[in-house]
Design a protein around this ligand. Structure first.
Ligand code: HEC
Length: 156
C-alpha cells in the first residue's frame, strides 16, 4: 500500500465514520416509531383498535374475551386458566414484558408473528405481514410506546 493511498484513505474513512455516527444518532433521535409524534400515535391508535385490541385489550392491559370465543370455555374458565398460566395475550402497557422488547424485535413480532420471532410455535397470534404496511406497524409501535413511562422497567 503506497503512502499516497494511506494519505487519501484515512480522511475518507474518517469522513465515512463521521457520517455513519451522525446517521446513527439521528436514527436514535427519531426512531421510525416515535411516541412523541402525535399524528403517528393517533394513526397507530386507530390501527391498534382495529387489529390488536381484541386480544391485547383496548387499554393495552391484555384481554381474555377472544379466548372464550375461540375455545368454547366460559369467561370464568378462561380467567382461571389465565391465572394459572400467566398472560393469555400479554399486556402492552408498561407493566407487560412487551415494553422490554427493542424496536426492531417489536417490528418483527408484529410483522412475522411471535411463533418464529419469539420461538412460540403454538402462538395464537399470526403475523400481520401483507395486512399492515411497514409504516402502519411503526405507527402501532409509536402508539404502544406512547403508553410506556420513560425509564421505568416493568417487574419480572
Ligand atoms: C388472536 C389474538 C391476537 C391478536 C389479534 C394480536 N395478538 Fe399479539 N399476541 C397474542 C398472544 C396470545 C401473544 C403471546 C405470545 C403467543 O403465545 O403467541 C401475543 C404477543 C404479542 C407480542 C409479544 C409480546 C411479548 O411481550 O412477548 C407483541 C409485541 C404483540 N403481540 C403485538 C400485537 C399487535 C401490535 C397486534 C395488532 C397489530 C397483535 N399483537 C394482535 C395474541 C394476539
Amino acid at each position: 500500500m503506497s503512502r499516497r493511498f494511506l494519505f487519501l484513505a484515512f480522511p475518507l474513512l474518517a469522513a465515512v465514520a463521521a457520517v455513519g455516527a451522525a446517521w446513527t444518532l439521528m436514527a436514535r433521535e427519531h426512531p421510525p416509531g416515535d411516541p412523541a409524534d402525535e399524528e403517528q400515535v393517533a394513526v397507530g391508535g386507530a390501527l391498534y383498535g382495529w387489529n390488536c385490541a381484541r386480544c391485547h385489550g383496548e387499554d393495552l392491559g391484555g384481554e381474555l374475551g377472544w379466548v372464550a370465543e375461540e375455545t368454547n370455555l366460559s369467561d370464568e374458565q378462561v380467567r382461571d386458566v389465565a391465572e394459572r398460566l400467566g398472560d393469555v395475550a400479554p399486556a402492552h402497557d408498561d407493566k407487560g414484558q412487551t415494553s422490554r422488547l427493542d424496536d426492531a424485535t417489536l417490528f418483527r413480532v408484529i410483522d412475522e408473528g411471535p411463533a418464529t420471532v419469539l420461538d412460540k410455535p403454538n402462538s395464537r397470534m399470526s403475523g400481520f405481514h401483507g395486512h399492515l404496511s411497514d409504516g402502519e406497524i411503526w405507527a402501532i409501535i409509536a402508539f404502544m410506546k406512547s403508553h410506556w413511562v420513560e425509564g421505568e422497567t416493568p417487574p419480572d
